[in-house]
Design a protein around this ligand. Structure first.
Ligand code: IMP
Length: 199
């Protein structure tokens, strides 16, 4: 029988990516969309670590189950690391992905390509049913393009050029993105801890 674990997110893109990475590893995921009785987690911590910890802890304690959560930020050098922990709400409360990308490109208007370096960073948190949390992180290096390109992925993917490939994350197939992403790198580091859930 697969071991049950709750993915503490309502973001269907994250659920899809993490479930694909975990395929064949003896884990059965539910997500917060399957537990509508749980209140929304307020992501009010000043760090990715703090928010990832909070999301995993609240779900694990409420459900009495193992829980996996993550918080991701885009950190742009020329903007002093912004949007960072504010990545989801960069263009304001309730904004959509397109508004965030427009604001980011406007903030970098006139900044030459070699000064547009950026990283995606994911912090993943695994929490046991009794509230013990472990954290791991993953980083993907790249830069911000001059205009959005590609239709895959979500969020800032259309404006994030991967390393020096000249391709945005949104121009990669989902298999390609899941093979190299910040989320994948955090997940790989989390695998030894996940063996406690599914030996
Ligand atoms: P959070 O981890 O849900 O707080 O996500 C922060 C924001 O970062 C999201 O709203 C997305 O806009 C963006 N984001 C998170 N992961 C990715 C990714 O893999 N690609 C592009 N954008 C992402």
């Amino acid at each position: 029988m697969p071991a049950k674990i709750v993915l503490a997110t309502r973001n269907r893109h994250k659920v899809g990516e993490i479930a694909a990475m975990a395929a064949g590893r003896g884990l059965e995921f539910s997500c917060l969309g399957d537990h509508r009785e749980l209140p929304e987690v307020v992501e009010d911590q000043p760090t990715l670590e703090g928010n990832a910890r909070k999301k995993s802890l609240e779900a694990a304690l409420a459900l009495g189950r193992w829980s996996l959560a993550e918080d991701t930020g885009l950190q742009v050098d020329a903007l002093g690391g912004e949007p960072g922990v504010m990545s989801a709400r960069y263009a304001g409360p309730g904004c959509d992905f397109a508004a965030n990308n427009r604001k980011l490109l406007a903030a970098l208007e006139g900044v030459e390509p070699r000064r547009r370096r950026a990283v995606f960073r994911t912090v993943m948190a695994l929490c046991s049913p009794d509230g013990e949390v472990v954290l791991e992180d993953g980083v993907l290096e790249g830069s911000i393009g001059l205009a959005p390109r590609g239709t895959g992925g979500f969020g800032y993917d259309p404006v994030f050029l991967v390393g020096d490939t000249g391709r945005t994350l949104a121009e990669l197939s989902s298999e390609e993105k899941n093979g190299l992403s910040h989320r994948r790198r955090a997940f790989e580091k989390m695998l030894p801890h996940l063996r406690r859930v599914a030996p």
